[in-house]
Design a protein around this ligand. Structure first.
Ligand code: NAD
Length: 447
């Protein structure tokens, strides 16, 4: 089948590459000329495991093409996917300017029937706005006779595992009010659900809201565990034991029950905000989500205060080694990464840093700058003369470090672990002062 994907970021590029991998002819479009130029040369703009090989393979095979001109493939295309950003506006609502700009462009350029598929995360009711926008442009061209459908097809991939998630999705959601369109969408996605996973066809508004509901539910689990972790520390309980205890309940399940530094990234923070905003627009409260967001914001400051308290508030001339900067492992995405806020807050109080991340250092540099921060290329080098190590992102390589080597390099054998990576008892035996999240902080080690 022939399709166009507009927006070649995390979602658009993965979508385009995976559809091409399944033998479709795909145009990937972006307004960023540099990005498109690079993609044509095989330079991939983001770090995503497996993506580079897949893009190159399909580009060389002629199934994947890149352009800045949305009109390029439109005479052949049946599906046009919108996968542009929907960042938070100042009031927390999703900023739809990019989505509507694409809709306008489609209305200006389309020559034949198209299925316009919205993959960006957008508030309930956006498909109507996309439809109206396209229709207005067609009318302005005296082409009101051209037909098109608008479909909502939210994306659930996770950065860091995006290829796998797209190739083997848990489910596919198709929001449409047209039976024939639903069948065409199912045909397009059939190769991805050979494992028997479901394709749910529902009305457009339900599809739009399903995406927010999923992210809000996952964010809620994280904030719930973070809130509980604070109680654990004071009461002498261990959040890790509780995670196992409740996660093994089949009604609850294990995923997304980790206490840590709160959720970050390009999706959860903005989607929780946007859902709160939508609820308010409909005259409803969003009490649970407001609390989810509050707990999340507090969690990073909670970590900062703990570090600060250890040094009795005197952070001037303290040097911290930092392991991990990206918002989670296996990605270079720094959007809403806890590292930004934590390093920023400690730096404001006079601290300096040596930092390491396997893939996110260049992006981090653009966001955090270089004031009081040295970016080093080996994760043991960040420990040189460090007053403490801050473990912020749980990359695999930090799981089993050489603790003796660490001790010999650091000024103090002191670790603040925001991701609960190490065994409390063993850390004590190894001679570290070790602080983690919700693991019997006040009462000492529980093993
Ligand atoms: P991104 O910022 O990585 O990519 C967006 C791309 O769209 C950029 O390359 C930008 O240049 C391009 N763009 C903007 N306006 C354009 C236009 N008018 N024409 C052509 N290209 C244009 O964003 P992303 O992370 O891929 O997210 C895209 C959407 O998917 C968002 O709504 C997001 O919420 C949603 N989503 C993201 C993820 C994720 O993990 N990143 C997962 C599921 C859903």
């Amino acid at each position: 089948m022939k399709l166009t994907v507009v927006g070649s970021g995390y979602v658009g590029l993965v979508t385009g590459a995976c559809f091409a991998e399944m033998g479709n002819d795909v145009w990937c479009v972006d307004i960023d000329e540099k990005k498109i130029e690079n993609l044509k040369k095989g330079i991939i703009p983001i770090y995503e495991p497996g993506l580079e090989d897949m893009v190159k393979r399909n580009f060389n095979g002629g199934r994947l093409k890149f352009t800045t001109d949305i009109g390029e493939g439109l005479e052949d295309t049946l599906f046009i996917f919108i996968a542009v950003g929907t960042p938070p506006d100042e009031d927390g609502s999703a900023d739809l300017q990019h989505v509507l700009a694409v809709a306008r462009e489609v209305g200006k350029r389309m020559q034949k029937y198209l299925i316009i598929v919205n993959k960006s995360t957008v508030p309930v009711g956006t498909a109507d706005r996309v439809r109206d926008t396209v229709r207005d442009e067609l009318n302005a061209r005296d082409r009101g006779d051209l037909e098109f459908d608008v479909v909502s097809n939210p994306e659930f991939l996770k950065e860091g595992a995006a290829i796998d998630d797209f190739m083997r999705p848990d489910r596919i959601i198709i929001g449409t009010d047209n039976v024939r369109t639903a069948e065409l969408m199912k045909e397009l996605y059939a190769p991805f659900v050979r494992n028997g996973h479901p394709i749910f066809v529902m009305n457009i508004k339900s599809a739009e809201l399903t995406k927010y509901a999923a992210n809000a539910m996952l964010a809620t689990r994280i904030s719930f565990m973070n809130e509980l972790s604070r109680l654990c520390e004071i009461a002498g309980a261990d959040i890790e034991s509780i995670r196992l205890g409740i996660g093994s309940d089949s009604r609850i399940g294990m995923p997304f029950l980790y206490a840590g530094l709160g959720y970050g990234g390009s999706c959860f923070p903005k989607d929780v905000k946007a859902l709160i905003h939508t609820s308010k627009e409909f005259g409803l409260g969003a009490d649970i989500l407001a609390a989810v967001e509050k707990v999340n914001q507090e969690q990073r400051l909670y970590f900062v205060e703990r570090v600060s308290a250890h040094f009795k508030g005197d952070l001037k001339n303290r040097l911290f080694g930092v392991w991990g900067l990206s918002f989670k492992p296996q990605t270079d995405d720094m959007r809403e990464a806890p590292a930004i806020e934590i390093i920023g807050a400690l730096r404001d109080r006079g601290a300096s840093f040596r930092v390491y991340d396997p893939v996110a250092m260049e992006l981090a540099k653009t966001m955090l700058g270089e004031k009081n921060i040295e970016y080093v290329s080996n994760y043991y080098d960040v420990l040189k003369d460090a007053d403490a190590l801050l473990l912020i992102t749980e990359w695999n390589q930090f799981r089993r470090p050489d603790f003796e080597r660490m001790k010999s390099i650091m000024k103090n054998p002191l670790i603040f672990d925001g991701r609960n990576q190490y065994d409390l008892m063993k850390m004590k035996e190894r001679g570290f002062d070790y602080f983690s999240i919700g693991r019997d902080f006040i009462h000492g080690s529980t093993g």
